[in-house]
Design a protein around this ligand. Structure first.
Ligand code: NI
Length: 215
């Protein structure tokens, strides 16, 4: 009976919590709520659970890796033949996107992406073979994650030295922007590869990466 009383007390206190004004579902309903995984973690009510956005960012990295692994040295030089970017240029721009933004919004986290050459800091993969871009993506993604993690931990928005809007509502938007930007350029790379003579079978094989998003 004692256990029953304790249970009933627990239910009562859960109900009291449920009726209290709160932006989030009460704990007793938490596991079953569709937004459960976005509930703030208990240790820090200001910090949302980042499981899903981080998983999206990791999946994006895997998609980039699949694309890079499928490319041959000749593929990198394909373009639309009308002055559009080559595949290598798209990929360089995608990887460099992280370094460019991090330089502005979180300079402390950009160091692994640059080297000192003749007294000037240059992007580490500048002028290197496109095949080395895989490393650029890996290192840059990690730097981006560190920067976001740091901003959240310290409850400190990103810097905005040029007043251009730097994810002031939530630093995690930097990761989402990166995913969307990568996807925008991957679509263009697919067009260039098709124009460059990839067979329908080869294009189909590349399209298989969508399975990563459906896991
Ligand atoms: Ni772009």
């Amino acid at each position: 009976m004692r256990a029953a009383a304790t249970n009933s007390q627990a239910v009562k206190s859960a109900e009291a919590e449920a009726s209290a004004p709160s932006a989030w579902p009460a704990a007793v309903h938490y596991e079953h709520h569709p937004l459960a995984r976005f509930r703030p973690v208990p240790e820090n009510p200001c910090m949302p659970d980042l499981t899903l956005p981080l998983e999206t960012f990791r999946r994006n990295a895997r998609v980039n890796a699949v694309l890079l692994a499928a490319l041959t040295p000749a593929d990198y030089e394909f373009s639309d033949g009308r002055g559009g970017w080559t595949v290598a240029k798209h990929l360089t721009h995608m990887a460099g996107f992280r370094a460019d933004w991090l330089s502005n919004i979180s300079p402390a986290h950009v160091e692994p992406l640059f080297v000192l050459v003749d007294g000037k800091y240059v992007w580490r993969w500048e002028g290197r073979a496109p095949a080395e871009l895989r490393e650029a993506f890996t290192v840059s993604d990690e730097a981006a994650l560190q920067a976001v993690h740091n901003a959240i931990q310290n409850n400190q928005p990103f810097a905005d030295p040029w007043n251009e809007g730097t994810y002031q509502s939530n630093p995690v938007h930097f990761l989402m922007h990166t995913v969307v930007h990568d996807s925008h350029h991957r679509g263009q790379i697919m067009s260039v590869l098709r124009l460059g003579g990839h067979s329908p079978e080869q294009m189909d094989a590349l399209e298989n990466h969508w399975a990563i998003w459906r896991e």
